[in-house]
Design a binder for this molecule. Structure first.
Ligand code: HAM
Length: 437
């Protein structure tokens, strides 16, 4: 059997890395300035951490989407399907409720769900995740949503749509679910199997049905937003007012329900055009009560996550330019056997300043220049007997073809200057300067 990557997993190849890094960098910069600290929870946890939090009606549970296994010690473990549960487990374990409140934490890394694979839906995917724990004020909800939009804007993404809703407090949810049951049970036979199951476990989730027939059935019905108690309604209005004040565009979506059960009040999603059926870049909401569920103090919280793959897909659809992989400044070509170790030693020395590569065997000048070209280097540095005798290197600008001999002792300064000029101009290092003799 030919070995291949498991279905629903992807290799991230060298050419993909700069894009990926740019997403992480944008999140780190934008969130860092808002006082969000980074936390890296483990990739797997005791299964209970997720079983206690995601809720019995979540797809993760109903459709058995969690990768749960017994290890050799007989512990039941789960590869994280999301970050929230693990971050909150860490919050409790490290007594973070004693830290200055609110505690704002962000993370990034892989998550795992045994889902039906399609565009934007993988079994190993990656999230950037934010949690703001310790405050119930609507300002925190608005800040979380605004930060999400800020990260996407920092990446150059425009035209994203924030869909803002509220699932209310538990009694509101119960009342709404009772309403839906009363409305839908008589017509349960017309619902798809998935929606029938949802009607049984958590009727609200029928609103999320993909099936057109189901959608037609629920279209005339009321939405969770119609069932909010006065406090939850005031909370929702306050979140919206902050977003208005900050110029963060959003649409009220009275029917937002999320695939995880732990949400209370604020629930939101961010969508982008043109990324296929799975158009949600990310989503989140408030989850008051969840920390207590994990055995911690009863502190409220709100958060979100976005899928890095989906954000990259949206950036590609919007044809937003991505950074080129960094190229070597210099590729050293040893033209005789003695120069091979000289080139390797020189490269080691110059790497204090710049990316420098070299051939590992003796190369004729022509072949060596081809190697240099293929490496993407801006300059080739030829080293042979003549150069050694004179203590110089033959430098060739691979774009312009211009050449010059440079004393080896000047090379580190030249490399440093080329790099700082490149960073300053972001347009490549300058042409070879006049002889620094
Ligand atoms: P979620 O809606 O389950 O929320 O996932 C958030 C995002 O992760 C999705 O919108 C999507 O971009 C990405 N995602 C989810 N599943 C997959 C998949 N199979 N393949 C590719 N991308 C996927 C949460 O995970 C919550 N923990 C968010 C949160 C944080 N709520 C409060 N704090």
């Amino acid at each position: 059997m030919k070995l291949r990557a498991v279905k629903g997993t992807n290799d991230r190849l060298p050419a993909d890395q700069p894009r990926w890094q740019r997403v992480i960098d944008a999140a780190s910069r934008v969130l860092g300035r808002a006082g969000v600290q980074q936390i890296t929870p483990p990739v797997f946890e005791f299964a209970e951490v997720f079983e206690r939090t995601v809720g019995e009606s979540a797809d993760l549970v109903v459709q058995k989407e969690m990768y749960t296994f017994d290890d050799r010690g007989g512990r039941r473990l789960t590869l994280r399907p999301e970050f929230t549960a693990g971050v909150l487990r860490a919050f409790v374990e490290h007594g973070m409720h004693t830290w200055p409140s609110p505690v704002k934490l962000w993370s990034h890394g892989p998550a795992f769900r045994a889902e039906n694979v399609q565009r934007g839906r993988y079994r190993q995917f990656h999230q950037v995740n934010l949690e703001i724990v310790g405050t119930a004020v609507p300002l925190a909800d608005a800040e979380a949503i605004a930060l999400f939009v800020d990260v996407l804007r920092a990446l150059g993404l425009r035209g994203v749509r924030v869909a803002l809703g509220s699932v209310g407090d538990p009694p509101d949810r119960a009342a709404y679910n009772a309403y839906l049951r009363a409305a839908l049970e008589p017509r349960a036979g017309e619902l798809s199997e998935t929606s029938r199951e949802r009607l049984r476990l958590n009727p609200m989730r029928v609103l999320d049905a993909k099936d057109a027939g189901d959608q037609a059935l629920v279209a005339p019905l009321k939405r969770p937003l119609d069932f909010l108690n006065a406090d939850a309604r005031a909370h929702f209005d306050a979140v919206a007012a902050s977003l208005d004040a900050w110029g963060v565009p959003y649409d009220v979506d009275p029917g937002i329900v999320r695939g995880l059960d732990y949400y209370r009040r604020t629930a939101f999603e961010i969508h982008a055009e043109g990324i296929g059926a799975q158009s949600a870049l990310g989503g989140g909401g408030r989850y008051d009560g969840l920390v207590a569920e994990l055995g911690g103090p009863d502190v409220p919280g709100i958060g979100w996550a976005f899928g890095i793959e989906r954000v990259l897909d949206a950036l590609a659809q919007a044809e937003i330019g991505m950074p080129e992989p960094e190229r070597p400044l210099l590729f050293l070509v040893p033209m005789d056997d003695e120069a091979v170790s000289q080139a390797a030693g020189l490269a080691r020395q110059l790497r204090a300043h710049a990316r420098v590569e070299h051939a590992y065997v003796r190369r004729a000048a022509g072949k060596g220049l081809r190697d240099a070209d293929r490496s993407g280097a801006r300059y080739a540095g030829l080293l042979g007997g003549r150069e050694r005798a004179d203590g110089v290197i033959q430098l060739k600008d691979l774009a312009s073809g211009s050449e010059r001999r440079m004393p080896l002792r000047d090379l580190p300064d030249w490399a440093a200057a080329a790099m700082s000029a490149a960073t300053a101009a972001s347009s490549g290092p300058p042409a070879i300067a006049a002889d620094a003799g």
